[in-house]
Ligand binder design. Structure first.
Ligand code: CP
Ligand code: NVA
Length: 318
């Protein structure tokens, strides 16, 4: 069966831990793993702009012995001249992995349904699961564990990052607290799925409009832009409604001693986070950005091995 990664819960708790362990091994031996030797091509298709996702997948595919094929917005027939299903049937005969940054989650599901090879969500309107793998790797490096830690996200609680923290954090057995204003909270279906995962792992879920309630005792404090890609017209209104959720030094002081700060980047200093916090000692945002590379390499190797498509995965997967 071909394995895909369209949202965080596509990995079981044990599989998520396995991918993170493999990522740590790959980080320690950066050029030692060649599951894409051939070279096999991996396609990275963008319907939205990117820096980290583009660079980390390009470098990561090359480091795994493969050939990255980057497709920029508007360059393929996909989305305007050709259906998703026809595209999937064509390109999955040519490439080993399809990595896609797009708008609708339903598009990714359709791509996966018609693909012979793994499809990876490189950000949709609903989820950004590759980012959460990198974040979990970063938290584990700095805190030595994931299960039992309290991870708090403040800001746009209805966006792709909030959803992925709920699902990915619960999968890791973390206590996930999400705080945002009324009208910008996660969908009930996402909360329910996260709660179900948390029951399996010993984690927990709290969704609140009160940032102070969320911050008490936090081991990890996170935010994201208030204006996700595609929401640019709402910038002014959003700047007002999210202001009480800004991660300031005062907010960090409400967290536990030694709490770390994460942000998937790009960041807007003076909006969702102050410069003092993101450029201060608690911030691990550049380790987090680097870990996109290692986490995604491990994810690609894992999916190919589990799909029985990789020929040379030197891993502890068996
Ligand atoms: N964090 C992240 O996905 O960054 P890019 O949009 O630059 O890829
Ligand atoms: N929520 C942001 C994340 C960017 C990496 C967006 O979707 O634009």
């Amino acid at each position: 069966m071909v394995r895909h990664f369209l949202k965080d819960t596509d990995l079981t708790p044990a599989e998520q831990a396995q991918v993170l362990d493999l990522a740590a091994s790959m980080k320690a031996d950066r050029y030692g793993y060649k599951p894409l030797a051939g070279p096999q091509t991996a396609a990275v298709i963008f319907d939205k702009t990117s820096t980290r996702t583009r660079f980390s997948f390009h470098a990561g595919i090359a480091e795994l012995g493969g050939n990255p094929l980057i497709v920029n917005p508007g360059e393929a027939q996909l989305g305007h001249k050709e259906t998703i299903s026809d595209t999937a049937k064509v390109i999955s005969r040519m490439v080993s992995t399809i990595i896609w940054r797009t708008y609708a989650q339903a598009g990714l599901e359709e791509m996966a349904q018609h693909s012979r090879v793994p499809v990876i969500n490189a950000l949709s309107d609903d989820y950004h699961p590759c980012q959460i793998l990198a974040d979990l790797l970063t938290i584990r490096e700095h805190k030595g564990q994931l299960a039992g830690l309290t991870m708090v996200y403040l800001g746009d609680a209805a966006n792709n990052m909030a959803n992925s923290y709920l699902l990915g954090g619960a999968t890791a057995g973390m206590h996930v607290r999400i705080a945002g204003p009324d009208g910008y909270l996660p969908a009930d279906s996402v909360i329910a799925e996260a709660q179900q995962r948390a029951t399996e792992t010993g984690g927990s879920i709290l969704v609140t409009t009160d940032p102070d309630q969320a911050l008490v005792g936090a081991d990890v404090v996170i935010t994201d832009t208030w204006v996700s890609m595609g929401q640019e017209d709402e910038k002014e209104a959003r700047a007002q409604v999210f202001k009480p959720y800004t991660v300031t030094s005062e907010a960090m002081n409400k967290a536990a001693d030694g709490a770390i700060f994460l942000h998937c980047l790009p960041a807007y200093r003076g909006y969702e986070v102050t410069a003092e916090v993101i450029d201060g000692p608690a911030s691990v945002v550049f380790d987090e950005a680097e870990n996109r590379l290692h986490a995604q390499k491990a994810l690609m190797a894992f999916l190919l091995a589990e799909s029985k498509l990789a020929t040379d995965v030197r891993t502890a997967l068996s």
